[in-house]
Design a protein. Structure first.
Length: 129
């Protein structure tokens, strides 16, 4: 199945998602932010701790379903006697629920500025290596 992919997710977050079955992530990475653009509830998302350049067939991760997505804007203002500085950034908050474990079959799309899409197989049993 084809899945939108979020890469570079920490091991602690993946473990927390496995234990609690639901988790809200705030995504600030530009590559992951673009992957969430246009995603809707009930779509599948594959999470992996590997970086985008290290994702190859055989990498495992978590298959999740989207509960909701929200884009938030953070604004920070600094000023002094002789300057005024304003910084604005956007982040995506996505709430995910655990569906299972998946393994990458192939990379479908890995273009910068577009969603990172993989072909993923759901792992329903233990495979001996």
């Amino acid at each position: 199945m084809e899945c939108i992919t979020l890469t570079g997710i920490s091991r602690r977050v993946l473990k927390d998602l496995m234990e609690n079955r639901i988790r809200t992530l705030e995504i600030r990475s530009p590559r992951n932010f673009f992957s969430l653009e246009g995603i809707s509830p009930d779509e599948r998302v594959f999470l992996t701790e590997s970086s985008a350049t290290d994702v190859v067939p055989g990498i495992s991760g978590l298959l999740t379903g989207v509960v909701g997505v929200q884009v938030v804007t953070h604004r920070m203002i600094q000023s002094g006697e002789f300057y005024y500085e304003e910084l604005e950034s956007q982040a995506a908050r996505v709430q995910l629920h655990l569906l299972g474990i998946g393994r990458v079959r192939s990379v479908k799309s890995n273009d910068i500025g577009h969603p990172f899409v993989l072909d993923v197989d759901e792992v329903r049993y233990c495979n001996a290596r």
